[in-house]
Design a protein around this ligand. Sequence first.
Ligand SMILES: [Zn+2]
Length: 298
Amino acid sequence: MPKTDSKLDDIEKTVESKSADLKNSIELINLSNIVEKMVEINAILRIEKIFEQKIVGKNPVVNVIVNDGTAKGLLSLWTEEIKFLEGIFEGDAILIENANAPKKFKDRIHLSLSKNGKVSKIESNLPKLEEMLENSNTKRSDFSRKLISELKEGIGAEIRGLIVSIHSKNPYFPVCGICNKKMTLKKGYAICGCGNKVDEEDDNLKWLFLCNCTVDDGTKTIRATLNNNTKCIDFKKIKKMIIDDEDIILELNRQLLGLDINISGITFYDEYLKDISFRSNFWNKTDPNTEFELLNLN
Ligand SMILES: [Zn+2]
């Protein structure tokens, strides 16, 4: 037994000294500083999540979410490279050497290894994974005013801007009381795929407003989904128009286009748009008095 222990000590010492020497021997980079098409990347990261192995074009691949507290990345390990993950678990710190960044979508950096690239487990003074995730939760619940150009994935924010276009064709719709899905309106009834059928004028029928639009604050534009939590829209009127078969898109364009609004919500990465989008918790017409107070604060 003592023999095994001393061997373990040796291994630990090697790892420790390796970690201490690293900064001198190779050039490390933070995930947030990696730009698209960068090569020869060396970085110390924590493993946030290891996905199940998949087969892509006949080759096995394991995707790994990595995080160093400055950003998140997606590391793809192919075929022979998968064995680097042996003995490495979620929460462990790793050193990646000679990686490439073929793509970068906003905050999400995609990493792969070059021919002589490698991944090894390492001791690191990076914050523990729980702390990193805790930090990002704190960012998620901070709804302070931000410029659209400053927004990153997975944070809370309040933005102010003008609605420059409306994309939803059917932004106000009834929701099934049984399965919570969007219902279709047909000849006086709201009908759900689950078989639920309710009179469209039924007071118990729940309606939801989810309107996708583009908001511009002068620094950048963003796709934002506006919800029911607003004083800007007279939903009774909109509902009546829908029931009367009138064009609500025309009406919403008339009411909302060019409107100066404040939206409080959360950013998320939209896989379809390949960009950051914004989901509102609540939104309202910008109040000049509040804006004046904000100016005085800054
Ligand atoms: Zn249903």
